[in-house]
Design a protein around this ligand. Structure first.
Ligand SMILES: [Zn+2]
Ligand SMILES: [Zn+2]
Length: 215
């Protein structure tokens, strides 16, 4: 189960929202902090969509409505427009814990840039940091998670990859077998590259990168 909800900092009843989020996470739900979304949709089993103006968690006595639509096709369209697959995969770590900003260690959120963009962009939803003072961490939703350790050679299992400049960007390369071992495109936040002075980011599980993820 994946829930998108505004960050607690934006809520009036912050302590209550934090408690609810913790409880849901303990029950196994993936709770994703998301700015700039107003939807109240519920999609169940890629089959049933509840949509309308009704808030699911609060009621101020206004007349609201909700519709139930039983349609695989419609449910899939809704999931696609929410980019639900990417949101789920890229906001939790391999250990299923919420991902954190590699620059400052604060929780990340989904940032909806649609309102700020003059022209239509293919992916207005980005991964950003919840810390307002940590500017500049904004990554595409489908980018792989930053590596928590330096990648190792697949042939001998111990040679550490090295960062090498390639065009405008950087790639991880095996220094022993530069043409045989797969290169891995560098992503901001990758181990060794983080020169932030804030708290060290710890993730208890290392992300293993299958060969197809390299290019
Ligand atoms: Zn940050
Ligand atoms: Zn190698």
């Amino acid at each position: 189960m994946t829930l998108l909800t505004p960050p607690p900092a934006e809520a009036r009843n912050r302590a209550y929202v934090e408690e609810v989020i913790n409880n849901l996470r303990q029950l196994g739900a993936t709770v994703v902090l998301t700015s700039g979304l107003h939807g109240k949709d519920v999609i169940i089993d890629e089959r049933v969509v509840y949509t309308g103006s009704m808030n699911w968690s609060s009621n101020r006595g206004r007349l609201e409505e909700v519709h139930r639509i039983d349609s695989v096709e419609y449910a899939r369209t809704c999931l696609g427009s929410l980019q639900a697959r990417h949101i789920r995969e890229h906001t939790i770590n391999a250990n299923r814990l919420p991902r954190r900003c590699p620059r400052c260690g604060c929780p990340i959120q989904i940032v909806n840039q649609r309102a700020n963009l003059r022209e239509w962009e293919r992916q207005p939803l980005k991964i950003g940091c919840t810390n307002a003072e940590c500017e500049g961490y904004l990554r595409p939703l489908d980018e792989r998670l930053p590596l928590t350790t330096v990648p190792l050679c697949a042939i001998d299992g111990k040679t550490k990859y090295r960062l090498t400049a390639r065009g405008k960007g950087k790639v991880w390369k095996c220094p022993k077998h530069p043409s045989k071992c797969a290169q891995i495109k560098f992503v901001p936040g990758d181990a060794e590259s983080s020169r932030h002075t804030g708290p060290t980011v710890t993730t208890s599980a290392q992300i293993s990168l299958p060969m197809d993820d390299a290019f």
